[in-house]
Design a protein around this ligand. Structure first.
Ligand code: BMA
Length: 751
């Protein structure tokens, strides 16, 4: 049964906040009762927001389900059609009594960035009754194309010119569903006097006795004067400060201390204590506004410094270096408003159960919701957060940069309180693309064009974004680009992070992963089909075959079907799948085998290598992809294997000299017994040995096991495996079966 995770967090209000009558600030939600119309089309449906057009059309029976069958091409027109959302509403009585009112609405501004909050003062426009709020969406595709064509020099991708989720424009795992609609809530906010527009918490410094915290406030006031901010920690008053407001909007930073701090740690490094922190804004005795925030106490550092090999690249949490284990996370849905927190809970719990301590939120998607981060806080999963830029160069005019600046500021502030937020990264494969993908030639850039585009890149990713992270956070590291160097370059393995795609994109065999170990492997992967149950939802009967149109429609990589097939044949040449279901299973077996080689190579190279994040954790719709968990939440074989591969102690055999690696991420020493047995495939032992082993905390060590190499040199490696066990007293700390080839395991129930 699904564990009920921290939904209580979402409804939390700290006690002082509960007591006040929040008369000063009134919020009227404007989410219900909208009308969606489609220009000349005879479409007029009642919708609630957040929602997008694709969703509403489906829910009203006007289009087929966008994830099933072969419907993608029938639905592409939607993003090139104009749409109107209208809402008639009466203003809440209290709102009209207030001095300032804010509202989001099309007549008031032109919204050109899905990643920003759009607000506008509407006091003078608001009537008591029958207000009309209209949001008119332009033809997205044509508008984008016009903007793109205006841009000189030519940019690599059309989506570069619009601040809208790149993956919705089609990706090698995504259809082209450019969502149109109001995808976040709409509110009418009234207040008088002064209000807390925003509040967030940062850990500034920690020692044994106390943590120094920073409370960052964004206050708006009507009149100049002295107000009081009271700070509460877990319901107890911590301190109070006088805040002088000048009238208008201002940022205030208030420091406070927490005695005997309980530190927040990533999964398997310690606990995840969260603190309930509240702030009241008072004018004398009158409470004007309050905010309640869950936060944690942790420090986080990125080490990027020269060493004898190149540059070390790793992270420290609370001063302790650690090995990062996890994957890349993509949006959970193609229709963004279908993202459901219950699905996120299930997904992140699956990650935690497989020993993850980090996820990279990939820069081609959307910034995740607060719920996502709250869950990561609770589960101890650190988040490497990309800004949403991926795979193209971007415009660099002042308007674009200003838009990017506001977006970054809002997102940095929104996520800053979450202890799970580890670092900010400029984006995905942008500098890699610039240096390695031949855009200069394919887009015919002159030398000046090239210079201007690169200068634009530097302004955004090397100057503007790090400045925003520093200014509004100042406790998180910033990394300009993932990866730092393209995988074709030797430095990609001696410094920074690497997306090693020689296997898959370069069509090299899995064994090459053993040589291509970087300092931090932040992407690598191989495709497999989703669970057969998932395929049964999108196809039936004869369609359940590798060549069927519907199966092909759910494979978005041009060479994907062939490459999966090549590796099944390469690694399981003697297995004749009896049907498509068996074939699907083989694809997962192959993927798991490849990832096993990669993860083992990365972990046993510690501390040279300090992190492994495979591509990719999840899917946005039912699709054949690199994921380890499919769209419906079914774990692929890889996900099951991660329970061993990512375990705090990994045992493995060096394929070159048959030494035995004990790779420990434990923060304590190990004093135990290593048992090694070579067995034939009927499980009869041919060799057995036990030896005492000692390891320090966080150590990776290779042991020579007397006689093992002799035994394996004589054996037919296709007919044996090595069974490894590490015991401490009566406790089995780790175990593993190591094969020397892609072993065929017959399918088990449930997989
Ligand atoms: C990586 C990612 C994605 C892509 C994946 C698989 O480079 O950043 O862009 O989906 O490769 O091709």
């Amino acid at each position: 049964m699904k564990k009920l995770l921290p939904l209580f967090l979402l409804t939390f209000a700290f006690s002082a906040c509960q007591q006040i009558e929040k008369q000063n600030v009134v919020v009227q939600l404007l989410n219900q009762g909208w009308t969606l119309t489609g220009d000349t089309l005879n479409i007029n449906v009642q919708v609630d927001v957040p929602s997008v057009v694709q969703q509403s059309l489906y829910e009203n029976g006007l289009i087929p389900h966008p994830y099933l069958g072969t419907v993608e091409n029938q639905l592409l027109w939607i993003s090139d059609h104009p749409w109107d959302y209208t809402l008639r509403f009466d203003a809440d009585k209290e709102l009209l009594d207030y001095a300032e009112v804010k509202l989001n609405g099309e007549k008031l501004f032109f919204a050109d960035n899905q990643f920003r909050v759009w607000k506008h003062e509407v006091k003078d426009l608001l009537k008591k009754k029958d207000n009309l709020l209209e949001v008119h969406f332009l033809r997205y595709d044509s508008t984008q194309l016009a903007l793109y064509e205006q841009h000189q020099p030519r940019l690599p991708e059309k989506y570069a010119v619009t601040r809208k989720a790149p993956y919705q424009h089609g990706w090698d795992w995504a259809p082209k569903y450019k969502n149109v609609g109001i995808w976040k809530r709409v509110e009418l906010i009234g207040w008088s006097n002064a209000t807390l527009q925003d509040a967030y918490i940062l850990t500034e410094n920690v020692d044994n006795e106390k943590a120094t915290m920073r409370l960052c406030l964004d206050v708006e006031s009507k009149a100049e004067g002295d107000y009081v901010a009271e700070i509460y920690v877990n319901g107890e008053k911590n301190s109070q400060k006088t805040v002088h407001l000048n009238g208008g909007t201002q940022n205030e930073i208030l420091k406070f201390e927490i005695e005997n701090p309980k530190l927040w740690w990533p999964n398997e490094m310690g606990e995840q204590p969260l603190y309930a922190i509240g702030v009241l804004l008072k004018d004398g005795d009158k409470v004007l506004d309050c905010k309640a925030i869950w936060s944690g106490i942790k420090t986080f550092e990125m080490i990027d410094e020269p060493d004898s090999i190149g540059r070390a690249f790793y992270f420290k949490v609370n001063g302790v270096p650690f090995y990062a284990k996890g994957a890349n996370y993509i949006p959970e849905e193609m229709i963004e408003t279908w993202i459901d927190v219950n699905h996120t809970i299930q997904l992140l719990e699956q990650a935690k159960d497989a020993h993850f301590n980090m996820l990279r939120v990939w820069g081609g998607g959307i910034y995740p919701s607060n719920d996502f981060f709250t869950l990561c806080d609770k589960l101890g999963i650190l988040v490497w957060q990309d800004f949403m830029y991926a795979g193209t160069m971007y415009p660099y005019d002042e308007a674009f940069l200003e838009n990017a600046r506001i977006e970054a500021e809002e997102q940095v502030r929104r996520l800053a309180s979450h202890p799970s937020l580890a670092l900010w990264c400029g984006g995905n494969e942008i500098s890699e693309g610039y240096y390695n993908w031949g855009w200069q030639k394919s887009l015919n850039w002159s030398e000046e064009d090239d210079k201007a585009i690169k200068a634009g890149y530097d302004r955004l990713f090397e100057s503007l974004l790090p400045q925003i992270v520093e200014k509004f956070d100042g406790t998180r590291p910033y990394w300009p680009s993932s990866p730092s160097k393209g995988w074709g370059r030797p430095e990609s393995l001696t410094e920074g992070d690497v997306h090693y795609w020689g296997v898959w994109w370069g069509e090299l065999p899995y064994e090459v992963y053993r040589e291509k170990v970087g300092r931090f492997n932040s992407e690598y992967g191989y495709q497999s089909y989703p669970d057969y149950q998932t395929l049964l939802k999108i196809a039936e009967g004869e369609e359940l075959s590798m060549d069927a149109e519907v199966i092909a429609a759910h494979q978005k990589h041009a060479r994907g079907t062939r490459q999966i097939d090549d590796f099944i044949k390469r690694y399981y040449p003697d297995i004749q799948p009896k049907d498509f279901e068996e074939y699907v299973y083989l694809s997962q077996l192959s993927q798991a085998y490849g990832m096993e080689i990669a993860i083992e190579a990365h972990r046993t190279a510690k501390p040279y290598n300090m992190g492994t994040l495979y591509w990719q954790l999840n899917d946005a719709w039912p699709v054949t992809s690199w994921s380890s968990i499919d769209y419906y939440g079914h774990p692929k074989l890889l996900q099951e294997r991660l329970k061993t591969l990512f375990a705090p102690v990994l045992l493995s055999i060096d394929q070159k000299d048959y030494g035995v690696f004990v790779t420990s991420d434990l923060l304590r020493n190990i004093d135990g017994t290593l048992s090694v047995a070579v067995c034939d495939l009927e499980n009869h032992p041919l060799f057995e040995k036990k030896m005492k082993v000692k390891l320090d905390a966080n150590e990776n060590r290779k042991f020579v096991v007397e006689g093992l190499s002799d035994c394996l040199c004589k054996a037919d490696l296709k007919k044996v495996y090595v069974k490894l066990e590490l015991a401490e007293g009566d406790t089995l700390t780790a175990e593993r079966k190591c094969y020397f080839f892609a072993f065929y395991e017959p399918r088990q129930n449930g997989l």
